[in-house]
Write a protein that binds this ligand. Structure first.
Ligand SMILES: C[S@@+](CC[C@H](N)C(=O)[O-])C[C@H]1O[C@@H](n2cnc3c(N)ncnc32)[C@H](O)[C@@H]1O
Ligand code: SF4
Length: 388
């Protein structure tokens, strides 16, 4: 979060507070996906309120349980994207699929407080063989959920059934080119056909059954080799049945070769870049206030909890969930306090903070803009009782 954004959030506090306490309502945008939660249960209202205090003072023992969580459904992938540690093979954690029992534990213990859960990490979510159980638990959790996929398994009837029976709030499909050639320049090994066939089918089944969810979201990372396709993006997404499309900037991760690959893929159009550059050097910024360890941890597929998803090899684990270890034990534990102190006071001592993808961006969101294509869909997505 930028310092100015923190200031704006604090200046909106009286209105937010009134809506939160009087109506149980909280409106927010998650990486260009707008959501309005209404009629929130009291534990969640109070947690949002207490979380706001983290903006005033980032205590090592935070004022609240997290607002957001990332749950890594798998730590492996069939593609080889060049600016992703999984794609490049720099992820050295064992390839694992999250067990439903672990996901259930997270949702049982943290779910009553969470606004959102992102159902992905450093891997391809649809490769989890127990996807159905996880989606079932997510759909019943009262949390707004986002599921991101490279779409390569979306042509499987069983996957479509799982998604429609227990829909996430938003289904994000990563497509970075309007032809197989441009898409596979980043999505190495991907084909458009399974992803597009799956979306056509999902849109058709949603229409037939009168379903609102999931919101079908095409996410496109703007790069050198695909920026010329942007004028056709909306028409392409609409013609294939997507409800919305967004343009995302290419971000860095903690790796020297990843940084070089990032530079070689930068779009020529400056407004499509995530950062500003002087020659090949990224211009550093000092107005970043990191909130990640205070309200947005990640649970990796094997149960390891980390303060920030950018710690992709879990170099600073807060601990491992399960076997009698609860979410609160780790969230409020001594290791979490130590990692928060490092992130807050000595960020330069952590390589994932030195190479933080958020620090040098002029805005908080990675995505640059989004457009809703389905006039029948409410914008923002209204979610009653925290449940979509
Ligand atoms: C790491 S991926 C994991 C989920 C899934 N495998 C996928 O690709 O959608 C999660 C999200 O990060 C995005 N992403 C991956 N590498 C990126 C990069 N270098 N810059 C910006 N977004 C990136 C993907 O497009 C996707 O929306
Ligand atoms: S599809 Fe997703 S997880 Fe797989 S390599 Fe690409 S960005 Fe990484």
């Amino acid at each position: 979060m930028r310092a100015a954004e923190r200031g704006r959030a604090l200046s909106r506090a009286p209105l937010l507070l009134y809506r939160l306490l009087a109506e149980g309502r909280y409106d927010f945008t998650y990486d260009q996906m707008p959501v309005s939660v209404r009629g929130m249960p009291w534990p969640k209202r109070l947690n949002v309120l207490r979380s706001g205090l983290n903006l005033l003072r980032r205590r090592l023992r935070p004022w609240a349980m997290p607002l957001h969580i990332q749950a890594e459904l798998t730590s492996f992938c069939q593609l080889k994207c060049p600016v992703c540690p999984t794609g490049t093979g720099e992820l050295n954690r064992a390839p694992r699929s999250m067990r439903p029992a672990l996901f259930q534990q997270v949702m049982r213990e943290a779910g009553p407080y969470l606004l959102t859960a992102s159902l992905w990490g450093w891997g391809e979510s649809l490769l989890n063989p127990q996807l159905r159980e996880i989606l079932r638990c997510a759909a019943g959790s009262g949390v707004v959920t986002f599921l991101s996929t490279n779409g390569q398994f979306l042509d499987r009837e069983s996957v479509l059934r799982d998604i429609l029976d227990y829909p996430p709030s938003y289904l994000i499909v990563s497509i970075d080119g309007l032809t197989d050639e441009t898409n596979a320049r980043f999505r190495a090994g991907a084909r458009l056909e399974p992803a597009l066939r799956g979306i056509h089918r999902l849109a058709e089944l949603k229409r037939e059954r009168g379903l609102r969810l999931p919101v079908l979201h095409m996410r496109f990372i703007a790069m050198k080799h695909n920026e010329h396709e942007l004028p056709q993006l909306e028409a392409f997404a609409a013609s294939h049945g997507f409800d919305m499309a967004s343009v995302r900037s290419l971000v860095i991760y903690d790796s020297e070769s990843g940084l070089q690959a990032h530079l070689s893929l930068l779009p020529g159009t400056r407004s499509l870049r995530g950062y500003e550059y002087q020659g090949r050097r990224r211009i550093r910024r000092s107005d970043h206030v990191c909130m990640q360890p205070f309200w947005f941890p990640s649970v990796f597929a094997d149960g390891t909890l980390v303060a920030c998803e950018q710690d992709f090899n879990a170099g600073q684990p807060l601990g491992v969930l399960g076997d009698g270890v609860s979410f609160a034990d780790l969230w409020y534990g001594p290791k979490a306090a130590e990692v928060r102190r490092l992130v807050r006071d000595e960020a330069d001592s952590l390589s994932f903070c030195r190479n933080c993808p958020n620090q040098d961006r002029p805005v908080t969101d990675t995505s640059l803009r989004a457009v809703f294509l389905n006039p029948g869909l409410s914008n923002p997505l209204v979610v009653e009782g925290g449940r979509a």
